[in-house]
Design a protein around this ligand. Structure first.
Ligand SMILES: Nc1nc2c(ncn2[C@@H]2O[C@H](COP(=O)(O)OP(=O)(O)O)[C@@H](O)[C@H]2O)c(=O)[nH]1
Ligand SMILES: [Mg+2]
Length: 319
């Protein structure tokens, strides 16, 4: 298997086992794919956080297909669902191309590409920045990290450790300092050092949510002022264990700061990885990366067909 597929495959193991077990239970005793079995499969998908609407849709498709299936065994059903899920992502990506400005703005190649990382506390923002820095540097790009989470004590030190581990540059923000001025200084430094990428870490919690949103909007404005067209990406980091709440977080942040993508973390520890499917179907914001562990290399660029295969691989891919 390709390396990124292996990561996704093992990261999705708990989700996969839960779904495959549920399908087997629903078909217990070789029962035909009758209403009761279909209801069991629907429950299984909902429990994996595929989303109610999407689960209903998949089960209806399965009901239609069942009439033409010779044998309704687990393999046939899993194969069918993998195909449906794969085409669901493809349909979504046709409708919504990646929302990055660098594609349309040729000036972008002459300045650092700026990515702001946002999301609620503890979802994995700082860790994701560390892993992203590693990924980009392994690809030969130069990276500068900005510690614009000045709210939480030790947030800066945590990011600095990632900078040291990956060899990325680092711009520090004093605890209690103004995050927007850290971002501004970092934008200056990124230009003067001539780096390819600036990754900006932000706070996930302030005294109120309103303050947080206002602060993120200010960081955004300040960066844009220094580097017209930036930020190129605003990525929301979401914990896969959050369940359907991930959708409301995404809507909130998108409205407030305009998201270009989602990073779904902690897929490794959850049996609810179906949230990726719900996000793809219910939001027009693409999942760009997934986090599959706490280590430096535990990140993968998200690819829809790899995801469908990671969730439901064929026998040869699984071996
Ligand atoms: N298992 C697992 N843990 C993760 C992942 N990403 C982050 N974490 C852990 O989640 C915790 C919070 O991460 P942190 O980056 O500090 O979150 P932040 O508050 O959003 O910056 C830390 O213990 C991380 O090691 C992941 O993909 N998988
Ligand atoms: Mg953090």
């Amino acid at each position: 298997m390709r390396r990124s597929l292996t990561k996704l495959f093992s990261g999705l193991s708990r989700t996969r086992e839960a779904i495959v077990d549920g399908i087997q239970r629903a078909l217990h005793g070789g029962r035909a794919l009758d209403d009761e079995a279909l209801a069991g499969i629907e429950e299984t998908l909902i429990a994996a956080d595929v989303g109610v609407e999407t689960s209903l849709y998949l089960v209806e498709r399965l009901r239609d297909a069942a009439r033409e299936m010779e044998t309704a065994d687990t393999d046939a059903i899993v194969g069918f669902l993998a195909g449906e899920i794969g085409s669901m992502f493809t349909a979504g990506s046709d409708a919504e191309p990646e929302r990055t400005r660098s594609d349309v703005d040729p000036g972008v190649s002459e300045r650092p590409r700026v990515t702001m990382i946002v999301g609620v506390n503890g979802t994995g923002k700082t860790t994701t920045i560390g892993k992203l820095a590693g990924l980009l540097q392994r690809e030969g790009e130069t990276v500068l990290l900005a510690a614009a989470d000045t709210f939480r004590a030790a947030a800066g030190e945590q990011l600095q450790i990632w900078a040291e581990r990956t060899g990325a540059g680092f711009v520090f923000g004093q605890q209690g300092g103004d995050p927007a001025s850290v971002a501004f200084d970092a934008a200056e430094a990124a230009v003067s050092r001539g780096v390819d990428h600036l990754l900006i870490d932000t706070a996930g919690r302030l005294h109120t949510q309103k303050n947080l949103i206002a602060e993120l909007a200010k960081i955004r404005r300040v960066v844009e002022k220094r580097l017209p067209g930036a930020p190129d990406d605003v990525l929301l980091v979401v914990d896969a264990n959050t369940g359907q709440n991930a959708l409301s977080q995404a809507r909130l942040f998108d409205e407030a700061v305009g998201l270009t993508g989602i990073v779904l973390t902690k897929l490794d520890g959850t049996a609810r990885g179906g949230i990726v499917i719900a996000i793809a179907r219910e939001l027009s914001i693409p999942v760009r990366y997934v986090g599959v562990g706490e280590g430096l290399e535990d990140i993968a660029r998200f690819d829809a067909s790899e995801f469908a295969r990671g969730l439901f691989p064929t026998e040869s891919e699984a071996s």
